[in-house]
Ligand binder design. Structure first.
Ligand SMILES: Cc1ncc(COP(=O)(O)O)c(C=O)c1O
Length: 368
């Protein structure tokens, strides 16, 4: 008789050893587990926009429902064109995906064969590693430098070999929040013809983008998202700037219709809502100043951030313990052990409104 799980033997061996992506916890999950009122819970574990999203985007998405029986555009041309127009780059094309996560899948689809390698500075956003593994390729993990959390450029360059296809750089980096040094990024791009993927998911909070560089370096691809400053994480819209020499190959490899009609409409409208954008940036700026001052006052070490979150050092208590203490009091944060090389003492908190930050600080004081 066949065993009940006989379908499993058809799986690729690489899939048998994977772990599920660890996402920030949801409000429902925590309300159930700790018997809390969901409306009292602060969700500060996934770096979403705590101000919600642009009203203009919501209205546009609602109008788009009228045509929801019709497939959306195959490649979100209207949205790509609008982004292209906003940045006006020469010889650079914009592609849109179902969140930046789907663009990461496209990268491995385009560039990785079984046995190829990618280079990833860790701790960082884990999907670079996961998508490399899905492709049957090997992620080479290089720890960020101790204390500064900057890239170990010499080690990265020394790790590049014939099998290397993609070097991932996350700047500002998740979960540490800091930007990578411009001269380091430049050195890597100029020293190799491999693809360098620069993840700028949080760039709006940092200010200076390296977007212009895509004009000059065809091997540079820059990813962005509507999930953070634009507050559209639930719609799943990401985009990337790629050199025009790659665009046809990208388009020949796409899954069609990846961004829903309401998602595209929301993103188009969000680009025009400067008021919401500016309020979001300002809130994070003020929140950052609040945390810098208050955490220094109570002697808690933190990493200076260019993102909408801040990473603290919880030593001597483990971040897992502190995160659980905060959860019991209705605050969702992210302890960073699941990020490769995240260490046991790093706690990442999304910057919230003034009231939310105050509540977090008071609760932290009790927990630490
Ligand atoms: C560095 C980084 N890149 C990409 C993403 C995912 O973006 P998206 O929601 O567009 O898939 C995140 C989400 O947290 C992130 O932190």
């Amino acid at each position: 008789m066949r065993k009940k799980n006989y379908a499993v033997k058809n799986l690729r061996s690489i899939i048998l050893n994977l772990h599920q992506y660890t996402a920030g916890k949801s409000i429902g999950e925590i309300a159930n587990k700790y018997k809390l009122n969901p409306s009292q819970i602060l969700k500060l574990g996934s770096n979403e926009n705590v101000l919600g999203s642009s009203l203009k985007a919501k209205i546009a998405a609602t109008f788009a429902l009228e045509k929801v029986n019709i497939y959306p555009e195959v490649v979100s041309t209207e949205l790509s064109n609008k982004i292209k127009k906003k940045y006006r780059l020469k010889d650079v094309e914009v592609v849109v995906g179902n969140g930046m996560d789907q663009i990461l899948e496209m990268l491995v689809r385009l560039f990785l064969n079984n046995g190829d390698e990618t280079i990833i500075s860790v701790p960082t956003f884990t999907p670079y590693e996961l998508s490399t593994l899905w492709a049957g390729a090997k992620p080479r993990l290089i720890p960020l430098l101790k204390n500064t959390y900057q890239m170990d450029v010499e080690k990265i360059l020394g790790t590049i070999n014939k099998k290397t296809k993609i070097i991932y750089i996350c700047s500002p980096n998740n979960p540490t929040g800091n930007s990578m040094k411009e001269e380091d990024i430049k050195k890597i791009i100029e020293s190799t013809d491999k693809i360098v993927f620069l993840d700028e998911a949080y760039i709006e909070f940092a200010g200076k983008s390296l977007l212009k560089w895509v004009e000059k370096y065809p091997n540079l691809i820059i990813g962005r998202t509507f999930s953070k400053v634009y507050g559209l994480a639930g719609y799943r819209v990401g985009y990337a700037f790629i050199h025009k020499s790659l665009i046809n190959y990208y388009l020949n490899s796409i899954t069609p219709f990846v961004v829903s009609r309401p998602g595209q409409a929301a993103a188009l409208a969000a680009l025009d809502d400067h008021d919401f954008f500016n309020r979001s940036i300002q809130m994070v700026k003020e929140g950052k100043e609040f945390y810098y001052k208050e955490l220094s006052n109570i002697g808690v070490k933190f990493l200076p951030t260019n993102s909408n979150f801040i990473a603290l050092n919880t030593y001597p208590k483990k971040s897992k313990l502190i995160a659980t203490n905060l959860l019991e009091r209705g605050i969702i944060t992210r302890e960073c052990t699941s990020f490769g090389y995240g260490g046991e003492y790093l706690l990442r908190i999304t910057i919230g409104t003034r009231e939310q930050n105050k509540r977090v600080l008071e609760t932290l004081k009790e927990a630490l």
